[in-house]
Design a protein around this ligand. Structure first.
Ligand SMILES: [Zn+2]
Length: 376
């Protein structure tokens, strides 16, 4: 069996990183889907393309040539990868692919082009050696994870429903830990609509949407309760037109994280109960839960124990954690045994300093290959 070495992996990852793929940049995403699709075909996979909609890039649904013996129609392994990144077009100029010691830098290299790439190479090493796996394997390469998977969620849930296991190649956490539980994530937009007026000549008849929003922001953030596992972050506001106009509009974007659905329902109700202090300003709230929370139940524990055993055979200790970040794992993990964070280890994802640890490439690729080989 040909096991690619670090230099070969880095060269392949470089090619993927150097195609810029911010979510919603369909030309870039489709170019990378062309490349990845051709590479999957070259290892014998059957690739179908799901055209993008709502301005998003295409998705690929990939079937590996493993029949699992007579088990071709049995629930198999689903590998979830997203190829979109948070880095805008032009980021590559500021943060080009480069290697410095054990760190390889570039936009999206850690989250998650590195992980998606080593999963493909792990599968390729099996097909090229003519090996069979015990279960059929499918891979989804999606293009809109970073903004909530609006156009890929159905596909993920559909494929998840016919899988026995789901493996997600998001980056590892804090020193190589994989993810066996995630907090839930909600997104809201609150809009305040007041009345515009010239601030010099007609101040009294104006109704400031920004003033109203300022009070609402405090009420929203006051719903944060660390002990009960709920946090709210007003992460963006915009409003007004000029300094000398009483602002008619103000819009705030709210990020909600919850540990369980009960606290979500309660917080959602509190947000929907927000009322304006100024009766002449109206409020509209849109949004809700995007990714439900999940915890490590017996199914996930069993799969984790198996993966831990495989890592131990390779001479390292696999650890897990519960995290606050959202991922497509949340769409399937309540029903199907799911491991996330199986991609590369690295740091500073979503920033200009994003990098992966070169020394993590081979161990993580080997763990993925061993999971593909041994799950039954
Ligand atoms: Zn990611």
């Amino acid at each position: 069996m040909h096991i690619p070495q670090e230099a070969e992996l880095l060269e392949g990852i470089r090619e993927w990183v150097e195609i810029e793929t911010p979510t919603g940049h369909a030309p870039g995403l489709n170019r990378l889907m062309d490349l990845a699709g051709a590479q999957y075909e070259a290892i014998g996979a059957n690739v179908s393309r799901i055209p993008g909609r709502d301005g998003q890039g295409d998705h690929l649904s990939i079937e590996l040539p493993f029949t699992g013996g007579d088990r071709v129609n049995m629930p198999g392994i689903l590998v979830l990868c997203h190829l979109d990144t948070v880095h805008r077009v032009g980021s590559l100029e500021r943060m080009p692919f480069r290697i410095d010691g054990d760190c390889a830098y570039g936009p999206g290299i850690c989250d998650m082009k590195g992980g998606a790439y080593i999963a493909m190479r792990a599968l390729g090493s099996l097909t090229e050696a003519g090996r069979q796996t015990q279960l059929p394997i499918r891979v989804l390469l999606t293009s809109d994870e970073e903004t909530g998977s609006d156009t890929s969620r159905d596909l993920i849930e559909e494929e998840g429903a016919r899988a026995a296991y789901v493996l997600v190649t998001e980056p590892a956490r804090s020193g190589g830990k994989i993810v066996t539980g995630r907090r839930g994530l909600g997104r809201y937009t609150l809009t305040a609509h007041g009345r515009a007026a010239h601030s010099g000549t007609n101040h009294a008849i104006g109704r400031s949407a920004i003033r109203e929003m300022a009070r609402q922001i405090l009420a929203i953030e006051d719903l944060t309760d660390y002990d009960r596992g709920v946090t709210l972050n007003v992460g963006q506001i915009r409003g007004g037109t000029t300094d000398n106009t009483v602002p008619e509009y103000c819009v705030a974007g709210v990020d909600l994280r919850v540990d369980n659905m009960a606290v979500y329902e309660e917080t959602d109700a509190a947000l929907r109960a927000l009322r304006p202090h100024d009766p002449d300003v109206s409020l509209t709230l849109e949004g809700g839960i995007n990714r439900p929370p999940y915890r490590k139940g017996p199914q996930i524990q069993g799969l984790f124990d198996h993966a831990k055993g495989l890592a131990a055979e390779e001479g390292w200790e696999l650890k897990d954690l519960h995290t606050g970040g959202g991922s497509d794992a949340s769409f399937v993990a309540a029903k199907v045994a799911t491991l996330d964070g199986l991609g590369v280890d690295g740091a500073a994802a979503h920033t200009d300093d994003e990098h992966l640890y070169v020394s993590s490439l081979i161990p993580r690729m080997t763990l993925l290959r061993r999971l593909f080989e041994t799950l039954n």
